[in-house]
Design a protein around this ligand. Structure first.
Ligand code: ZN
Ligand code: FE
Length: 256
């Protein structure tokens, strides 16, 4: 059995925070924090001692709590290079494909620009765990604030090259809106229809739709399905490139 376990908690209006803990070494990392109190409460609840913080990107809802948590716990902060804006408290920057060790596991930094220029996702291959920040959401992807659709399409392609049983932790509960949009471009997809029902039930019961598996995302997330013939036909883009189809889907979602 894996010594790693994940505790997911909510903060602000729709953010998910994550604590990753190793039962063998006692090390604990949190991925992002926009709310120090919520993260410190999650630590109290689990009884875990924070040793590390991994930051995905500079947005306030991912970084506002970092300095206070660092001061309260003495955790070491890993984050992206300041390609967008500096992040307070970062001790060590990582760029694409850099690896480091956490509790004996190799963690790979994956640079996935699109939502922001600085976005880093954290991937633990041995455990099939991906912390995707605001790049890939359950049935959605991040808005393009700092890069173009081409760049985001390339970034998502890096993620879809990972094994399909990879578990994707993303940072927001946007799933119901994402699912409604997905149906608007991929209405005849039976996997999507079934998943829509499922996430509606989960949300009605106040349950999280995060994490999800890459396999589920490939089957139902329109932003990963630009090569799908039914979607291309629906958009009248049968001859377009995948990146062009992705750009059109992203544009439609922005106006949905
Ligand atoms: Zn963001
Ligand atoms: Fe965010």
């Amino acid at each position: 059995m894996s010594p790693l376990s994940v505790h997911q908690y909510t903060y602000l209006s729709d953010n998910y925070g994550v604590l990753l803990h190793c039962a063998k070494t006692g090390e604990t990392t949190c991925i992002d924090s926009g709310d120090a109190t919520a993260t410190l409460n999650a630590l109290k609840k689990t009884g875990w001692n924070l040793t590390n913080i991994w930051v995905t990107h500079h947005h306030a809802d991912h970084t506002d709590g970092v300095l206070e948590i660092k001061q309260a716990t003495g955790a070491t902060v890993t984050g992206p290079e300041p390609l967008s804006a500096p992040i307070q408290g970062v001790d060590k920057t990582v760029s694409d494909n850099d690896t480091f060790t956490f509790a004996g596991f190799t963690v790979r930094a994956m640079h996935t620009p699109g939502h922001t220029k600085d976005m880093i996702n954290y991937y633990i291959e041995e455990e099939g765990l991906l912390f995707a920040g605001d790049t890939l959401f359950t049935m959605g992807c991040g808005r393009l604030f700092e890069s173009d659709a081409n760049t985001m399409h390339k970034s998502l392609s890096k993620l879809t090259a990972l094994p399909e049983n990879t578990i994707v932790y993303s940072s927001h509960e946007y799933t119901l809106a994402n699912a409604k949009f997905a149906l608007s471009v991929d209405s005849e997809n039976p996997d999507l229809q079934a998943r829509f029902q499922h996430v509606e039930t989960l949300r009605a019961n106040g349950e999280a739709t995060v994490p999800s598996s890459l396999k589920e995302e490939m089957a139902t997330n329109p932003f990963l399905r630009a090569s799908d013939n039914r979607i291309r036909a629906f958009l009248n883009m049968s001859d377009a490139t995948d990146a062009e189809v992705f750009a059109e889907i992203r544009k439609r979602k922005d106006n949905f």
